[in-house]
Write a protein that binds this ligand. Structure first.
Ligand code: ZN
Length: 374
């Protein structure tokens, strides 16, 4: 398999061994003192030392685990400043890539990170210089390697904040399926379901007319349908891993159109129960799509055709089952007493504003209750 290059929506190099282009890319972008941002899980992988060498990192921050919070960003920023770094290599899943982007913002901007977050009173623009980020994803899920935002939570409340700017788009993404073969089946399944959710929600979203995104979403869904189960069953299948890396980046490229209520539920589950984002989407997606079905019949037909199924919602439920994703929320540790707060956070989340069927408070109550009983 060769390494392919395509420039959409940023510079992408895809194929087994793409990681080996890192030194050349760093040189091209003028990065001489890189900060390597990674997470604890990745730091224990056999390829970590190789990437450390390839990046020639002047500093390393690899203390991430779970959902990224503001204090992670500050600790990584300290490493950046101590070593006088001039660019960032993000090696990991969405958490590492998002922290890398947030450090890049604070490297050239004064004050607190959340002063630059969407929707905060007196929001400041990301108007200053932002150092280059080169992303090497080790999961196939968020697609943050081709995204223009960083999602970071507040330390105390775990409320998610989004810092958005076109300047946050990584300068290049090196998509090397060999970096994902060591991913445990549970993480492969959960991150893969995040990608599937991006593809499905962006295709049906009430956001702007965008036939480019629609085309990308459908092809991404076809790749995910072909390969996600295979990645879980045969972790070393590079072709399947490669399909999922592309499906993930296509999901992120498509969702500039908007997302929907599954993501509002997932954001609430991460905030209230600290649940993994992909797992939360994976559990909620078929409940939300059953709710959406009456207003999306035509689009559901098209998607069913693309994935080779009779009907979309049933296909999603079957996919969950075959990936080992719990059918409902109880198995993932959610209890009845969490419900009121879950509903509050979901209602306040902006994603459902673009859900094709309006979602009111009582609808979120019904969705969470159903998922809890399942
Ligand atoms: Zn997502």
């Amino acid at each position: 398999m060769a390494v392919h290059r395509y420039n959409f929506p940023t510079e992408i190099h895809f194929g087994p061994g793409a990681r080996k282009l890192l030194p050349a890319k760093l040189k091209e972008f003028g990065i001489r003192r890189a900060l390597l941002v990674s997470d604890k899980g990745v730091a224990g992988q056999p390829f970590f030392d190789e990437l450390l060498r390839l990046s020639g990192a002047a500093a390393v921050y690899a203390e991430l685990s779970g959902n990224p919070v503001e204090s992670h960003v500050h600790a990584a920023l300290e490493a950046w400043r101590d070593a006088a770094c001039d660019g960032i290599v993000a090696l990991g899943g969405g958490a590492a890539i998002d922290v890398a982007k947030a450090v890049a913002v604070l490297a050239g901007h004064k004050g607190c990170l959340f002063a630059y977050a969407e929707g905060v009173p007196g929001q400041k623009p990301v108007s200053g210089p932002v150092p280059p980020v080169v992303a090497l994803p080790t999961t196939a899920g968020t697609g943050s390697e081709v995204g223009r935002s960083a999602v970071i939570s507040e330390d105390g409340s775990h409320v998610k904040r989004i810092v958005f700017s076109p300047k946050l788009m990584p300068r290049a993404a090196l998509l090397d399926p060999e970096l994902t073969v060591g991913l445990p089946p549970g993480v492969t399944a959960a991150t893969g379901m995040d990608a599937v959710t991006h593809l499905v929600e962006s295709y049906i979203t009430a956001g702007d007319y965008n036939p480019l995104c629609d085309g990308v979403a459908l092809e991404g869904l076809r790749l995910a349908a072909r390969s996600l189960k295979r990645c879980v069953a045969k972790p070393r299948d590079l072709a399947a891993r490669g399909d999922m890396m592309n499906a993930a980046l296509m999901g992120a490229a498509a969702f500039q159109k908007g997302l929907g209520a599954t993501h509002s539920c997932a954001h609430a589950l991460s905030t209230v129960c600290d649940m993994h984002h992909g797992l939360a989407n994976g559990i909620m997606i078929d409940f939300v799509m059953a709710f959406n079905k009456p207003v999306c019949r035509e689009k559901f037909k098209v998607m069913a055709q693309v994935v080779g199924a009779k009907e979309l919602v049933g296909w999603l439920t079957g996919l969950k089952r075959s990936l080992g994703i719990p059918r409902g929320l109880a198995k993932a540790g959610v209890r009845k007493e969490h419900l009121p707060r879950l509903v509050d956070v979901a209602v306040a989340d902006p994603c459902h504003q673009l859900n094709p069927r309006p979602v009111r408070r009582k609808d979120f109550e019904a969705l969470f209750s159903k998922a809890l009983r399942a």
